[in-house]
Design a protein around this ligand. Structure first.
Ligand SMILES: C[S@@+](CC[C@H](N)C(=O)[O-])C[C@H]1O[C@@H](n2cnc3c(N)ncnc32)[C@H](O)[C@@H]1O
Length: 311
């Protein structure tokens, strides 16, 4: 990958219809949550079109629920180049495949609706997890508005593949207490809505930047202008979990040169913060002072203070 430049892919369509469906669904949701929220758990097979997270790329990082749905599918509408063709070959070779790239809601919604109404098993396959920069809800709302039920099947988001590749945690005791999933300014976000500098300023946040490979230099220049430490670690994980995965680790001061040298303009996750190297953290309470709290013989995982026990 890397041949296309990442731009904003979550723009609402200009056409009135999908937006009015979105508005109508939003109004309903504001009044009352859907009964299905309480009737189903994530992972349940439900009536309707599942919006499945394909995971970061490696077919083995697809969930079992996702794989089963793909194996039973007749039509798979997939998110183009970020869904690994090996995964499509492994689990969907019997199904009709449609690439959603370049198709607007006006084309996608009737395509999925008609197939569903013909009784075909339709799966909408997004990269990573559909709930992260997936523009899934607008498709679901438009389908629901037309009487086609939909639901989410979660996937492994690329930030989690990136942290596994980096052999680190996104949260680390005394180093990173928070994680931000974010994107840089561009067509979708104005300069005021770009909070990357604010997250870095907080100091104990691991900032995971999606849709920002093409903007690494701009982003780093802005961080330097804002006075951030040029030595702050930055990791860029291109195609995490793919056979051509590449990891470039540097700092706010030098990562842009390295990325330009490597030639990546898309398909990478940019991670900023000390968690990138995993250096400097302290042992956690979980296997320290908290371990033997609570009733004797019970494990820390069973104590009534789980918030103190997870790192
Ligand atoms: C439209 S967003 C979709 C994100 C996806 N829903 C997820 O949960 O990972 C696309 C961006 O996700 C990131 N991305 C997706 N798959 C990736 C992978 N395997 N390795 C690195 N970054 C990836 C890149 O930043 C890319 O620009």
């Amino acid at each position: 990958m890397g041949e296309t430049t990442e731009t904003d892919d979550n723009e609402a369509t200009d056409d009135g219809d999908p937006q009015s469906a979105i508005d109508a669904q939003g109004d309903r949701r504001r009044e009352e949550l859907d009964d299905r929220v309480f009737d189903h758990s994530a992972g349940d097979e439900q009536a309707g079109i599942p919006f499945v997270g394909a995971g970061p790329g490696d077919p083995r990082l697809l969930t079992v629920a996702g794989r089963e749905l793909l194996e039973e599918s007749d039509l798979v509408v997939h998110a183009g180049s970020l869904v690994n063709s090996e995964l499509l070959e492994a689990y969907c070779d019997h199904a009709e495949l449609v690439n959603s790239v370049g198709k607007d809601l006006e084309e996608l919604i009737p395509l999925m609706r008609d197939a569903y109404e013909e009784g075909r098993n339709v799966v909408r396959l997004h990269s990573g997890d559909p709930a992260i920069y997936g523009a899934a809800l607008e498709q679901m709302d438009a389908l629901e508005h037309e009487g086609v039920p939909t639901y989410f099947v979660p996937g492994v988001t690329s930030a989690f593949a990136a942290s596994a590749t980096l052999r680190t945690q996104l949260t680390l005791n005394e180093v990173a207490n928070h994680v931000a999933f974010t994107r840089p300014q561009g067509k979708t976000l104005s300069a005021e809505e770009d909070h990357i500098s604010d997250f870095v300023e907080m100091g104990d946040v691991t900032t995971c930047i999606y849709l920002g490979t093409h903007a690494v230099r701009d982003t780093m220049d802005r961080l330097l202008e804002d006075g951030h430490d040029p030595e702050t670690p930055v990791g860029v994980i291109y195609h995490a979990s793919w056979p051509d995965e590449d990891v470039i680790v540097g700092s706010i001061g030098d990562i842009a040169d390295r990325i330009e040298e490597a030639g990546y303009r898309a398909s990478a996750l940019v991670v900023i913060g000390d968690a990138v190297t995993g250096a400097g953290y302290e042992r956690s309470y979980l296997y320290g002072d908290w371990a033997n709290r609570g009733s004797s013989g019970s494990s820390a995982e069973n104590t009534s203070e789980p918030e103190a026990s997870d790192d």
